[in-house]
Write a protein that binds this ligand. Structure first.
Ligand code: ATP
Length: 564
């Protein structure tokens, strides 16, 4: 890419330079014969008249410019193609980086940071680092060609130009560099904040409106955006500044030589010619130097993007599943054997030596006060968290990182707040499958007790459910989650009963689905906040402070509660 840009720059300079001798010979009668350069060509090619030679020259110049511009358009195309692919590649590597994040680091990072890192940073990197580097390089090539030409033609002029332009350029760059970098860093801090506020505004629409706080959020967003836009304008202003500074210094150079010529009359003639040359050369060099400076400042401004691409590359953040994935068979039992788990940086374990054995097909309930460790236990089972001691045993075999893919194929999870996309019911159940297995979908809908509900919708499974399922009731959302788990042939289903949707209708709907599932051979683990959900369970374990403190049967547990 850089070599091609170099060639383009050379062609640009040659193109411009070639116009001067052509114009000189054209302007003067008999100029071709006198020219040291053109006379041999004129005679060598046996031209009869100067007019036909000039005609040939004009056609040659035109063809040269045509070819040069076709070539540079092709190079520009390659360049944009290259930056597009590069940009996409960076988005991919950034996304992969975060997809392999340990679960709690992922949560800790937050979605606004993620959006910024995966979408904005690559865009910024391409437009503020890669493209400016191309500009820098091609302008550098132009400057080098001009400098060499001047060096050959008039070394004194070069010395003069260097004396005026080099310190100015360096000083301007030094003066703006630190501020540019500071602007870039601040922009990188502010952008995720805007995404965060916008996200809160959408997710908390109902709560914020009821609390009449929506305008406070709007004002916070506007405040943040104001600073962002001011910084943006400031950096735009800085991009305009170098040209003005350089121009001022160049004009000062011209005027100084004039002054010298006025006060030292003996030197005036040759000096005036030098002034003309100086002005011409400076005017050709100034835009190039300006673009180079702007490019350098943009790269400085994008320093934080470069750093962002580099962060979290350490191995501890890259929990990629072991490449050698092994098959897994689950025919008889799954067990927690002495499972102990602590969150990083937390001293007391959240799960302490958990020992449980569950046979295939059993339905097991988990109860316990809030914070007792129920969700954490399920997250260990789902491998989002990994125990520090003990093992999860599947048919007696420890579940290792080499089984992750096989395990995730057979385990399903229906969370309290089921993840729903702004898409059709079918897409939500199949998670956007391109080739939907219709029989499987039908089975999932039936088992999740969704059939009547879907039959009543005008567009059936193709009905859109609104942002995060806003057009559904709490029970319908959970049942879509259950259908999703069944569609992927889940053998172990973890159900986290919603605490928020506690109305009787929701309970009835979800219980109906669970009861239906009890007839299948799917192993079900239900975290329940209401005991009635656990009617069909074979056993119910009670957790307290990370320990299993009791094992109950549904009937006896109900009796205990009634007596209490
Ligand atoms: N990412 C985390 N980092 C540190 N501590 C955490 C984290 N997630 C949960 N905890 C803590 O672990 C403990 C167990 O939480 P957990 O969510 O497993 O409880 P739970 O029994 O499912 O509660 P609930 O019924 O309210 O959902 C709590 O004290 C909680 O504060």
């Amino acid at each position: 890419m850089f070599v091609l840009l170099l060639v383009t720059s050379f062609l640009d300079v040659i193109g411009l330079a070639s116009l001067v001798p052509v114009m000189v010979v054209a302007a003067e009668p008999g100029g071709v014969q006198k020219s040291k350069f053109f006379a041999p060509i004129y005679h060598g090619m046996n031209f009869e008249s100067e007019r036909s030679f000039l005609l040939m020259l004009i056609v040659a110049v035109f063809v040269f410019f045509l070819v040069k511009n076709l070539f540079s358009t092709w190079v520009n195309y390659l360049q944009t193609d290259f930056t597009t692919k590069l940009g996409l590649n960076i988005v991919k590597t950034q996304l992969d980086k975060y997809l392999h994040f340990p679960f709690w680091d992922f949560n800790h990072l937050g979605s606004s940071n993620l959006i910024n890192s995966a979408l904005e940073v690559p865009r910024y990197y391409v437009s503020m680092v890669v493209r400016p580097l191309f500009v820098l390089f091609s302008e550098l090539a132009v400057v080098v060609v001009i400098v060499i030409s001047i060096l050959i033609y008039k070394p004194l002029l070069l010395a003069l130009l260097a004396f005026v332009l080099v310190p100015t350029t360096l000083l301007t760059y030094r003066a703006l560099r630190a501020r540019s970098q500071a602007i870039g860093n601040r922009v990188n801090e502010l952008r995720p904040i805007s995404y965060g506020i916008i996200g809160d505004l959408f997710t908390g629409f109902v709560e914020l409106k009821l609390a009449n706080k929506q305008y406070r959020f709007r004002d916070r967003l506007l405040e943040n955006q104001r600073e962002l836009q001011t910084l943006d304008s400031e950096s735009y202003l800085y991009s305009l500044l170098p040209l003005k500074v350089i121009e001022m210094v160049a004009i000062l150079g011209v005027l100084t030589i004039f002054l010298y010529a006025i006060f030292v009359p003996s030197a005036s003639n040759s000096l005036i010619a030098l002034v003309g040359l100086f002005a011409a050369a400076a005017y050709r060099l100034m835009p190039s130097v300006n673009r180079m400076l702007t490019a350098l400042m943009q790269v400085k401004q994008a320093q934080s993007s470069i750093e962002n691409l580099e962060t979290y590359r350490e191995p501890k953040y890259n929990e990629r599943p072991d490449p050698k994935q092994l098959p897994l068979s689950f025919e008889h039992s799954l067990a927690f054997s002495n499972v102990t788990f602590s969150f990083p940086g937390v001293e007391t374990p959240t799960l302490r030596s958990i020992n449980l054995e569950i046979r295939k097909g059993e339905k097991i309930g988990f109860i316990g006060s809030s914070g007792s460790g129920k969700t954490t236990l399920m997250n260990v089972l789902l491998r989002f968290y990994v125990e520090q001691h003990g093992h999860i045993l599947i048919d007696g075999q420890p579940l290792t990182s080499q089984h992750i893919e096989a395990w995730h194929r057979i385990v399903g999870y229906v969370k309290q707040d089921t993840f729903l996309m702004e898409a059709s019911i079918q897409d939500n159940i199949t998670l956007g499958d391109a080739n939907v297995d219709a029989a499987r979908l039908d089975y999932a809908i039936e088992q999740a007790s969704l059939r009547n509900f879907i039959a009543g919708l005008p567009e059936g499974v193709n009905t859109h459910i609104g942002e995060r399922g806003s057009k559904l009731s709490g029970g319908q959302r959970q049942r879509i989650g259950i259908a999703r788990a069944l569609y992927k042939r889940t053998q172990v289903l973890v159900l986290d009963e919603a605490t928020s949707a506690l109305d009787n209708e929701t309970e009835r709907e979800v219980n109906e689905a669970i009861n239906k599932l009890s007839e299948t051979d799917i192993t079900i683990l239900i975290i329940a906040h209401r005991i009635t959900t656990l009617r069909e369970c074979d056993r119910i374990y009670e957790l307290s402070q990370g320990n299993v403190i009791a094992e109950h049967q549904y009937e006896s547990l109900m009796q205990q509660i009634v007596q209490a």
